[in-house]
Design a protein around this ligand. Structure first.
Ligand code: PGA
Length: 255
């Protein structure tokens, strides 16, 4: 049985003071809203993590922490980079690898994504490998092959170790345009098929791209995925926790 999860990706928003505030707000709302059937994960900017983790520990909040990006190297002369062991020391358990914004704006190739995922695993953390097609690829009807290839390149390097996949169609990220339930369910099946056979039953597949309180129920119940990677709506405590409790309700029922 795959444990469901909802990850809030704050991207390059909120300094550490704002991050403390949002974490406290989320903590208060989580106490009042059932969320037993999902893990709730925050992925703040790296520089906020120390402060956010202090709040999580001090208030004993039911929150896990994730990194947004990590160096493919273990340590050394890589100015500006952050290593897996640095994240680990702060209590981080997962790291997003190959988010489409890293691929598009920072030239992260499939090969670097695979190498980075391997570094994360070697360091004892779990990579959440992000995949997804652009609007052009979808309109050329190449999206299934494209995403299956992204998955295949990553798994050729990391094998069947402990990782998660996030399907995030680039055209649905931050645009307000959500993939339809049918599109998400179809791609989740394509991704599962592209996984090594031994990893199919155990690897969580998340959906990301304009997930909001209004579409969370539909996507959780019909999308054939194990949770969400939420960007914009994760910056507003009420919206994020509503997505969490909706997902928990849907996943609790489908047991
Ligand atoms: P969005 O971002 O929810 O703002 O579309 C999702 C993501 O990029 O992780």
């Amino acid at each position: 049985m795959i444990r469901s999860e909802v990850i809030g990706n704050w991207k390059m928003n909120l300094d550490h003071v704002e991050g403390i505030h949002l974490t406290q707000q989320i903590g208060v709302l989580l106490r009042a809203n059932p969320h037993d059937h999902v893990d709730v994960v925050l992925a703040p900017p790296a520089i906020d993590l120390r402060s956010v983790s202090s709040v999580v520990e001090a208030d004993r909040l039911p929150l896990l922490l994730a990194g947004q990006h990590v160096s493919e190297f273990d340590r050394g002369a890589y100015t500006g980079e952050i290593s897996v062991s640095m994240y680990k020391r702060l209590g981080v358990t997962s790291i997003l690898v190959g988010h489409s914004e890293r691929r598009a704006f920072f030239a992260m190739t499939d090969e670097v994504v695979a190498a980075t995922a391997l570094t994360v695993l070697r360091g004892g953390l779990r990579p959440v490998i992000c995949v997804g097609e652009s609007a052009e690829v979808r309109s050329a009807e190449q999206h299934e092959e494209f995403v299956a290839e992204q998955v295949a390149i990553a798994t050729a390097t990391i094998g069947q170790q402990n990782f998660a996949l996030a399907y995030e169609p680039v055209w649905a990220i931050g645009t307000g345009e959500t993939a339809s339930v049918e599109q998400v369910a179809r791609m989740a099946a394509v991704i599962r098929e592209a996984l090594p056979e031994t990893a199919r039953a155990t690897t969580p597949i998340l959906y990301g791209g304009s997930v909001k309180p209004e579409n969370a129920h539909e996507l959780a119940s019909g999308g054939n995925v194990n949770g969400f990677l939420v960007g914009g709506a994760s910056l507003v405590a009420e919206q994020f926790v509503e997505i969490v409790s909706t997902a928990s309700d849907c996943y609790g029922r489908s047991r």
